[in-house]
Write a protein that binds this ligand. Sequence first.
Ligand SMILES: [Zn+2]
Length: 143
Amino acid sequence: MNDDSTGCPMCRRWDDDADLRIVEFAYSYLILHRDQFFPGYCLLFAKTHETELFHLDQAVRQGMVEEITQVTAVLSRLFRADKINYELLGNMVPHIHWHLVPRLTTDPLWPRPIWAEPHQELLLTPEGYRERCTLIRQGLETL
Ligand SMILES: [Zn+2]
């Protein structure tokens, strides 16, 4: 655990966004991103406050990559992605968190990064979030 975790929003995210929880893995948490402009957009973040991949023990890092791989295989199938984007920046929130984004060649920002220009956030109803989280969870259970 890094000492810079005080006030880190990602350290609280699993509790703060309880309605977006999909699954707790061995090395990470997976939640749906509240903005579903890109359908199936998820966040996968380290269970402990770590800021760089090279800070992780090799087994943890490899385990996390395996978790990312399982998630993205499911997202690709469920949302018929033409490409998955994996984004690990951490400039604003340094706690390791991956933006896992199914991309379609028909989306208005294609082929640029999702942050290339602003877009209108797409928020779902509480039932819509529940259904989408359940869909992805069930996809992971049937891998
Ligand atoms: Zn943190």
